[in-house]
Design a protein. Sequence first.
Length: 297
Amino acid sequence: MSAQATDITPAASTRAGGLRRRLPGSVAWHIGSLAILAVILYPVIWVIGGSFKKSEDIIGSLDLFPGDPITSNYTRLTEGIADISISTFFLNSLTLAVGSVIGILVSCSLTAYAFARIRFAGRNLLFTLMIGTLLLPYHVLLIPQYVLFRNMEMINTYTPLLLPKYLATEAFFVFLMMQFMRNLPKELDEAARLDGCGHLRIYWSIVLPLCRPALITSAIFTFINAWNDFMGPLIYLNEPDKYTVSLGLKMFVDQEGVADYGGMIAMSLVALLPVLAFFLAFQRYLIDGMATSGLKG
């Protein structure tokens, strides 16, 4: 027993010494992580607290939460803005977001399939030109697109906001899906052709089900971008009853520059709920899509 105790004591002493040496570093790492987390979460906490404050108490106040919280900012949302129901803004945003998701999934997946699985003349050149569009800033195309849609009498409609989504203009999503499709086994296509399947049947019955992670990843990003888009609706929509949530927030500032900050913050928090719910519902597929795109095969 004494021999065993003699053998164990140095090992235990070594482990204890190692723990003591690592303890300061571990404590410093956790403190630093908590500090970074506090900085990241501070705006969120400030917005939540501000939604329960009066408008005059929001600007210039250093308190995160009010001493006397109110709920009138939220109840005032039920009254609408300028005789327009809040639900109208949410329905308009939902229409654009869902329409954008459908357009991106259909057009970009078809384009990605063509680049990934079909050999045709000029494929590499067209793919290079498509990737090159990623280098063009949005503002470079803004004026020509506006003039085009104005001449087509499509201003103050949702067509300018939805039509590009159905023409595979989002090169990033085409590239994401193409990388996923390119690494699927070629034997699947060959077996399907032996059974008499054409490209459309292969695309619909074989490639799309296997690309579900990439499709859901694209859907999540598209939904969030369309829901939060401010510049597009601001340029093309003129009537308040067609405004999206992002433009509805702008209506809390009147023509004299007086802002209802309480109502604006309350509505901004409510506007986050659909995006948060959509993300939480599909976050597992988002992680799978980003992790396996270009690696699966």
